[in-house]
Design a protein around this ligand. Structure first.
Ligand code: NAD
Length: 471
């Protein structure tokens, strides 16, 4: 069976970038077709990434809090897991509810959804392989939003006990011993989840620090906590090989201390993601791709073929859902004749561990590397009434202000709910705020958000919650 369709705009890939692009274009009056090989919309983020991991991280946090409050005088029984119930809650009541919501939003906007694998056959057509045949789709403009996949280490054997982020989120058996390769976003978030589920977690990170993109001082409070919770954290260490045995995996690791064999039940490989460059016909129609496999785009998210746009992970780092969503809207608006453009200077990054780590704008490491002179305000949460009341005083908020202009150029936060708190810094940077602007904002008391204002007050000298010698 073959069927043909025509749309003003075709979006290939229905993740947070793709569906945002499709919905925005439809809202601006275009006839839109959204193609995804998965019948359930939402892409990796909703189905196999951000959302299910956050659901499980929530349970991990409740578990650790329920034991921490014991020393404050509130004792719960030792928590027990009903794994089947947890999976049902994650899959149906969290992920399922959101993905059904996306499908309903598509329907209400009259966005036509076609399920199947789409391949460009010319610069104006896509062939979609479906279970019962093919659909031929022609278009005026197209938006590529096909995302990325977990990086594999080719020398490792094929073994179901060697997981990637997708299989790890399925919670198909909780290993007694889990080795995680990669101390980045996924490694530390999944390590937090499996530790709460009862696994002994070992993290092996190639670089000398966990989360190499964040400032080392910001990572420290998290690392200190993880060192207590995890079995071990090996930085500056690489995995040489994995040999499967019937009852374990033998993992050979190497560091400056020499070589060691670790016996574990499962391994999670979390060493980054690669763009889904191949298999969608980009090369056939001549879309420019860089040497790392990312589709090259301009600030309007146009490829070298001006009516074909690309957004999200396929266009390069940072591979973050909120960047993809923003890019999707930009591409849709450009197609609809609006003066939109993508400004990449401030994309917040959040690691949803416990404590969370978040930063936006420049890290201190980047500011130093770029030779930018800055004033720094650091507010330790040990002086925050709210953090004390939560029993979580290990965090701090660090603000960097450009010495010349006085404007906020970077903020890093480590602590409970840092991922929510960073939004204020993003707004402040977008609005060109300086330390005085932020210090003069009345923050609600007692709240963790005060720490953002306090960090600015450390620079203006108006801090009263701490003693800072007057300049
Ligand atoms: P990542 O880039 O965050 O971390 C990978 C880590 O693995 C790095 O620290 C790297 O040094 C290390 N590494 C690489 N090769 C190694 C090796 N052979 N041995 C040991 N360590 C090695 O990548 P990720 O954690 O796989 O996540 C992939 C992407 O998914 C990220 O880029 C991120 O953008 C996205 N993500 C975001 C969130 C979030 O926003 N909270 C959560 C999960 C994933």
């Amino acid at each position: 069976m073959s069927n043909t369709h025509h749309a003003d705009v075709v979006v290939l890939g229905a993740g947070p970038g793709g569906y945002a692009a499709a919905f925005r274009a439809a809202d601006l009056g275009k006839k839109v077709i959204l193609i995804d090989k998965d019948e359930i919309l939402g892409g990796v983020c909703l189905n196999r990434g951000c959302i299910p991991s956050k659901a499980l991280l929530h349970l991990a946090r409740v578990k650790s809090e329920s034991s921490e409050v014991k020393s404050f005088g509130l004792t719960f029984q030792e928590p027990t897991w009903d794994l089947e119930k947890v999976k049902a809650w994650k899959n149906e009541r969290v992920v399922g509810r959101l993905t059904k919501g996306i499908a309903a939003l598509a329907k209400s906007r009259k966005v036509q959804v076609i399920t199947g694998s789409g391949v460009f056959t010319s610069p104006t057509s896509i062939r979609v392989a479906q279970v019962d045949g093919f659909a031929e789709v022609t278009f005026e403009d197209a938006i590529i939003a096909v995302g990325s996949h977990p990086t594999k280490i080719p020398s490792f054997p094929e073994d179901p006990r060697i997981m990637d982020s997708t299989s790890a989120l399925e919670l198909d058996g909780i290993p007694d011993n889990l080795l995680i390769i990669g101390g980045g976003y996924i490694g530390l978030e999944m390590g937090t989840i499996y530790n709460a589920l009862g696994s002994k977690v070992t993290v092996v990170e190639f670089m000398s620090n966990l989360l190499p993109g964040a400032d080392a001082d910001v990572v420290k409070p998290l690392e200190q906590r993880l060192k207590k919770d995890f079995s071990s954290i090996r930085t500056g260490t690489k995995v040489q090989s994995i040999v499967p045995h019937e009852d374990h995996l033998a993992v050979s690791i190497e560091s400056s201390a020499g070589e060691e064999i670790l016996k574990v039940d499962k391994v999670l490989v979390a060493v980054g993601r690669r763009p889904n460059t191949h298999g969608s016909g980009f090369e056939t129609i001549g879309v420019d791709i860089d040497d790392r496999g990312f589709v090259k785009v301009n600030e309007k998210r146009q490829t070298n073929i001006p009516h074909i746009y690309a957004i999200g992970d396929i266009t390069g780092d940072p591979m973050l859902a909120h960047k993809a969503t923003h890019e999707g809207k930009v591409a849709a608006e450009v197609i609809c004749g609006q003066p939109a453009s993508f400004d990449v200077s401030i994309i917040p990054a959040v690691i949803f561990t416990d404590p969370e780590i978040a930063w936006a704008g420049l890290t201190e490491t980047q500011a130093k590397a770029q030779g930018i002179e800055y004033d720094k305000g650091v507010f330790p949460w040990s002086a925050s009434g709210r953090a004390l009341a939560l029993g979580r005083t290990e965090g701090f908020s660090k603000a960097l202000f450009d010495k010349e202009s006085g404007k906020l150029i970077g903020m890093s936060i480590v602590g409970t709910n840092a991922g929510d708190l960073i939004a204020e810094a993003v707004l402040a940077m977008e609005m060109g705020a300086d330390a005085e602007d932020i210090a003069l904002i009345i923050h609600p008391h007692p709240s963790l958000s005060e720490s953002v204002g306090n960090a600015a007050e450390m620079v203006t000298g108006s801090i009263t919650d701490l003693f800072a010698p007057q300049k």
